[in-house]
Design a protein around this ligand. Structure first.
Ligand SMILES: NC(=O)c1ccc[n+]([C@@H]2O[C@H](COP(=O)([O-])OP(=O)(O)OC[C@H]3O[C@@H](n4cnc5c(N)ncnc54)[C@H](O)[C@@H]3O)[C@@H](O)[C@H]2O)c1
Length: 333
């Protein structure tokens, strides 16, 4: 039984808690949140011990792994402390804020031998898993062009408004848009070059970004936005044109349009359908379940974490940071 210490019991901490509750071979034995009522909410589901801060949990809790669901600017310090304490770690995405933090994380991992998985969940989201398999098998030939979009209304839940402070979240680009950039890297590797354009709010923060990435034989556009009106439905979509077919995932579900005509509708069977559905066009919250089940099963089996390891999460932060730098920064003052 893998014993988890969960740090941060806000939006994602609640999601992870629901997933652990549904996964066998794991027990959340300790939780921490600086808001006692949030810690209490999660602790009562698992009968877990409550700590007032992440630091206190890391210093004192009898756990095998630490799961970090803190605001992004707090990830690195907690992850380093957890690794130094001899724990394996799950860190929500984006794994860190800067190049320097990424370096420190990798050095600490090397020094401690800790196993670390990053919450780049799209790598384990059913429709995207299906796409990756189809592309890897070259079922429809090579990718010629691809478009990935992730669109949302304005997120208002963050503790002390941290999502809308550039130094704490890195803006929408690092927080939301990184999902698709990371998946693009997983699918196609590193691009040769990029061109980004961004729209900003009245404080100069990036609220929407359009980036075109150039590959030797393909072009990919990735769009992210999180300031659509309150009733705008969340959507995460892709359209991938391959040599022999075009694959689409949108509000109508997953569909393959072969060049010779017709349409194929691949059947997606989620391994788990959660209660915390965030709506939109995705089949379920199965991606969160899938990534944590993978994390738990692999650690229990003594096997390495290879789908979304620390080094990969850091490379995605580096690529999004290049986009952000190319438009002048996360916030123009
Ligand atoms: N994978 C995804 O799809 C996804 C979705 C949303 C958020 N995230 C990521 O998850 C992380 C958390 O985001 P969120 O939306 O849950 O934020 P949130 O504000 O809802 O939750 C963060 C929690 O951390 C607590 N906290 C702050 N400082 C603390 C400390 N020192 N010790 C203990 N608790 C502390 C806050 O009280 C809050 O409850 C971020 O990195 C975010 O980017 C990922």
């Amino acid at each position: 039984m893998l014993k988890v210490g969960l740090i941060g019991c806000g939006f994602m901490g609640g999601m992870h808690s629901a997933c652990y509750d549904a996964i066998e071979g794991v027990q959340v034995v300790a939780v921490a949140d600086v808001r006692p009522e949030k810690a209490e909410e999660v602790a009562k589901v698992h009968g877990a011990v409550i700590y007032a801060t992440g630091d206190e949990l890391i210093a004192n809790a009898d756990v095998d792994v630490i799961d970090i669901c803190l605001p992004t600017y707090l990830h690195t310090a907690h992850a380093v402390a957890a690794m130094k304490k001899g724990k394996n770690v799950f860190i929500e995405k984006p794994v860190c804020m800067t190049e320097e933090e990424g370096k420190l994380l990798l050095e600490t991992q090397k020094e401690t031998g800790a196993q670390v998985q990053v919450g780049q969940v799209i790598r384990m989201w059913d429709e995207y898993v299906w796409l990756k398999e189809a592309i890897d098998k070259k079922e429809y030939g090579e990718i010629r062009t691809a478009v990935f979009q992730r669109l949302s209304n304005f997120p208002t839940w963050g503790w002390e408004n941290w999502l809308h402070v550039a130094e704490k979240s890195g803006s929408m680009a690092l927080d939301l848009h990184i999902h698709d950039v990371d998946f693009m890297r997983f699918l196609m590797g590193e691009p040769e070059s990029l061109i980004s354009t961004a729209d900003r709010d009245e404080n100069g923060m990036i609220e929407q970004i359009f980036t075109t990435f150039k590959y030797p034989n393909a072009v990919v556009t990735v769009e992210g936005c999180w300031d659509y009106p309150a009733d705008f439905p969340f959507s995460a979509t892709f359209r991938v044109k391959c040599e022999k077919a075009t694959i689409v995932n949108d509000a109508n579900g997953l569909a393959v349009y072969p060049n010779e005509g017709g349409v194929i509708k691949p059947e997606i069977k989620p391994a788990f359908v959660g209660n915390n559905d965030i709506g939109g066009n995705l089949s379920s919250l199965g991606g969160y379940y899938n990534e944590l089940k993978y994390f738990v099963d692999r650690l229990n089996a003594g096997e390495p974490l290879v789908v979304a390891p620390l080094a990969e999460g850091i490379k995605s932060v580096q690529l999004v940071s290049k986009e952000i730098a190319s438009v002048g920064g996360a916030q123009l003052k």
